[in-house]
Design a protein around this ligand. Sequence first.
Ligand code: TYD
Length: 136
Amino acid sequence: MRTPLNQVLKKNKVLGDERGQLVAIESGIHIPFEIKRVFYIYGTQPNVPRGQHSHHKTQQYLIAVSGSCQVTLDDGKEKVTHLLDQPHIGLFQDAMVWGTMHDFSPDCVLLVLANEHYNDADYIRSYSEFKEILSS
Ligand code: TYD
């Protein structure tokens, strides 16, 4: 069963000491998948959202390693918006969850870990198609 969208935000342990902070993310321990791809988004524009799609198979884990942004997740039943504003907070976006990243701060660097290589065919960019697949 899918984790409810209000429970997909996680505080990771900060391994800090007098030298500074460190956060470790390990496959199968802190995130429920093997990492095959890492990408990051920065230099975003005010009032310009990103994402606005879902994936057939790709699962993602999003971390605002600098700055902040909001992520609205929609599983077809409920829609929940999470604030990512600290580098030790991560958000799990499962496959077949529609995601929109928005309200980026100018200094936001959004790191995304994914379980699949990039594959355009895995994208669902039409919201009506997303809803159709969910109901089929
Ligand atoms: P896009 O998926 O539109 O970004 P977002 O959904 O985050 O707003 O990706 C922008 C471009 O980058 C598009 O041409 C596809 C390419 N891209 C890759 O080549 N590899 C990747 O892992 C990702 C996420 C995108």
